[in-house]
Design a protein around this ligand. Sequence first.
Ligand code: ATP
Length: 300
Amino acid sequence: MTVIEVQNLRKAYGDTVAVQDVSFTVESGEIFGILGPNGAGKTTTVESIAGLRSADSGTIRVLGRDPSDTSLRYEVGVQLQESGLPDRLTVREALDLYATFYPEPADWRALTRELGLGEKLATAYGKLSGGQKQRLSIALALIGSPKIAILDELTTGLDPQARRDTWDLIESVRDSGVTIVLVTHFMAEAERLCDRIAVIDHGRVVALDTPAGLIAGLDTEQRIRFRPSAPVDDALLTARPEVREVIRHGSQIEVVGTGNLLHAVTSVLAVNEIIAADLRIEQASLDDAFVQLTGRSTKE
Ligand SMILES: Nc1ncnc2c1ncn2[C@@H]1O[C@H](COP(=O)(O)OP(=O)(O)OP(=O)(O)O)[C@@H](O)[C@H]1O
């Protein structure tokens, strides 16, 4: 079931066209990633979905309704880059306050424990570190038990352990049936969490696929090396369109090719009941896909 539909979205700020023409759909229960270089139009897109910006043209439907429909307030949780809470409000007060906005609030004690904020309940917002503010904003996005959670730069500012804990939390939130739209700069995050990813550049969707599909769509070369448990005829491998070349190194075989090469090689081996020992893969990453699609690195 489609829960979000964006069609030909366009939004300009004065002379700056932030979003030129963006279309995609998000299905119920998926983690949908929006990936793109700085200034690509990601935040403008998700803020339009959240009803915080009005589109210049195009249509958006969230759970079948216009984003401005106030009934969506209870069904869509939003975590944005800037939360803007008063500095003197404590973590507990913020959570208590937000919980009163919703008919069926989540158990915020459990949420804060999972987010590592359990010790900070009495701390004022202004005294939290950047990472703690970030975690509080995630808790506030989830406190209304939303059907859809929109998370913008979820783990920016978190240390590697906190980032991993947050990923686990997001996966458990998804497992409870929540659809998640995730804006991210981090390839590892996109690869680990997202079912599908829209790559946005200069206000347009330049690719939309699963992480594996984006990588397979690259025309870069990949190499797989292994030691087969029984002799393999080169022709079995070269018969696959993904395989360009088979090179022998003594008892080792190196297969060079493109697309979903690993799948091609392992299926040939499986059909012939051959086991690959010492398997090593030099495969393209989502990072490579990103660079090829946008001409830029995410680290810029
Ligand atoms: N309120 C605003 N007023 C004027 N220009 C804006 C405003 N918000 C965004 N922009 C511009 O619109 C373009 C897209 O911005 P947006 O924040 O949507 O991109 P983004 O992909 O989320 O970027 P980042 O990854 O840096 O957050 C940028 O050129 C930005 O400077």
